[in-house]
Design a protein around this ligand. Structure first.
Ligand code: PNW
Length: 461
């Protein structure tokens, strides 16, 4: 008798969807070709001190010129879907006005190439590259940007809707709003909490406006959603201050997005916390019904889980500005090269929690992965067993969440290949394929081989 496998991954169904993911600015390069204009990331990269070693995405992985070769690489991994993003400043330079056919043609060719190789395209419309002109007019804190986004989305949708079935409006609005407008750690680098909260609302509004129009103009049923980066927010102790800090972190990390999207209202405690800081969400009548237009799939990006304390190291519960303290407390778990703690168990808890609090919404893991200090041998091969272990434990965590009732339908490894890791430049490598930035040679790492074999095994049972 054959002993049944006790690997949770073997409980995933053969119909489970497997993919790899990238984003436009992180891989494409060709920053000034075929009519592309600068985005907030081109500007941010050129601002001294913002990006590690002054790196930028001018060349990146040169994917714009190597696309057919890269699609062949994706095919060789045995995945069924490729998640990529469209660069707004290629398709609609400056962020308004008519379509730029030369820029849009790239995605047309990419989609055809994928379909030709039997790979489903999954299009993300916005992965952080706002046209600089729109930022100059105020960016996401300004309401008009939501309408500009919906117009742009329709330019892409109209061109690709005959061949693309699965669409994500926004990637990680938390990063756009908080890292971009509150903490200044990503483009456009502003540090203005009220502006960031306005950005949250206008990102959600842009999502809803685009979703409504796409649905109305879809020639056939589409699978439409949004991708959020989420984690767990646990209190460091049972103390009232720590519990409140964890609740606030969860409020701004998960519920300020999920509640309006699913229930059509902002969470009362979040609205109250913001009001106490003199911050108002700029809601207008009708916005919440736009934002809660039904979606078919929730994209979940998971990297880590966090524990919060409501006091700083000296025991104060207020910061210098008089705002309540939320301090992430490291738990001593092993960390990735990003310093992010490795907590697969938190992944299971996040997914089961989402399925309980927001039932009936199918989920796909649109990103999960890790940066490690890779070392390539002379042939360019990386024996990244730490990354294999990360994938193994985290895909296992997804399988356990499914067993506990979470409706998770697929998993995308972040990322297809090493690429421009935003403020960390090319220093941090998330790829399952190594990129030699001198030669642009791509070499699948051990983790790519493991991923391919795992997919094959799950498909075959
Ligand atoms: C995601 N955080 O960003 C992005 O979608 C990718 O483009 C990026 O390369 C990847 O994760 C790895 O960083 C995140 O601070 C950035 O919690 C920051 C956080 C989470 C996700």
């Amino acid at each position: 008798e054959v002993k049944e496998s006790d690997d949770p991954i073997d409980t995933l169904p053969s119909s489970f969807r497997w993919g790899v993911a990238t984003s436009a600015y992180q891989i494409e390069g060709a920053h000034d070709e075929d009519g592309r204009t600068p985005s907030i990331w081109d500007t941010y990269c050129r601002t001294p001190g913002m990006v590690f070693e002054g790196d930028n995405g001018d060349v990146a992985c040169d994917h714009y010129h190597r696309m057919p070769e890269d699609v062949e690489l994706i095919r060789s991994l045995g995945v069924d879907t490729y998640r990529f993003s469209v660069a707004w400043p290629r398709v609609q330079p400056g962020g308004r006005g008519p379509v730029n056919h030369a820029g849009l043609a790239f995605y047309d060719r990419l989609v055809d190439e994928l379909l030709d190789k039997g790979i489903d395209p999954w299009v993300t419309l916005y992965h952080w590259d706002l046209p600089q002109e729109l930022e100059d007019e105020g960016g996401w804190p300004v309401r008009d940007t939501a309408y500009r986004f919906a117009d742009y989305a329709m330019l892409v949708f109209d061109q690709l809707k005959d061949r693309v079935q699965t669409w994500t409006t926004l990637n990680e609005p938390w990063c756009s709003a908080m890292l971009g407008y509150a903490y200044g750690r990503q483009a456009p680098g502003r540090q203005d909490m009220p502006a960031a909260i306005s950005a949250v609302h206008h990102l959600l509004l842009g999502h809803g406006l685009a979703a409504q129009r796409m649905r109305a103009e879809a020639p056939k049923p589409i699978e439409l959603g949004i991708t959020l980066n989420m984690g767990t927010s646990d209190p460091a102790t049972d103390s009232e201050l720590d519990v409140a800090a964890a609740r606030r972190a969860d409020g701004l990390g998960v519920r300020i997005y999920m509640d309006p999207l699913v229930h059509g209202r902002y969470p009362a405690d979040v609205v109250e916390d913001l009001a106490a800081r003199g911050i108002r969400i700029p809601i207008r009548p009708g916005d919440l019904s736009v934002i809660s237009a039904p979606i078919d799939v929730l994209g979940v990006n998971f990297y880590s889980g966090h524990v919060f304390a409501g006091t700083d190291e000296s025991g104060n519960d207020r910061d210098a500005d008089g705002n309540p303290v939320e301090r992430a407390v490291p738990q001593g778990h092993p960390v990735t090269a990003m310093g992010w703690e490795i907590v697969p168990d938190a992944f299971t808890r996040l997914l089961t929690r989402l399925s309980e609090d927001y039932p009936g919404l199918p989920m796909v893991i649109t990103e999960n992965g890790a940066a490690f200090e890779d070392e390539a041998d002379t042939a360019g091969f990386v024996r990244d067993f730490d990354r294999v272990d990360y994938f193994n434990t985290h895909i296992g965590a997804v399988a356990r969440a499914r067993q506990a009732g979470a409706d998770v339908r697929g998993y995308f490894a972040w990322s297809l290949m090493d690429n421009f890791e935003w403020s960390y430049g090319y220093e941090k490598r998330f790829g399952i394929v190594r990129v030699d930035y001198d030669t642009q040679v791509r070499t699948p790492k051990q983790s790519a081989l493991w991923y391919r074999d795992t997919i094959k095994r799950v498909r075959g049972h």
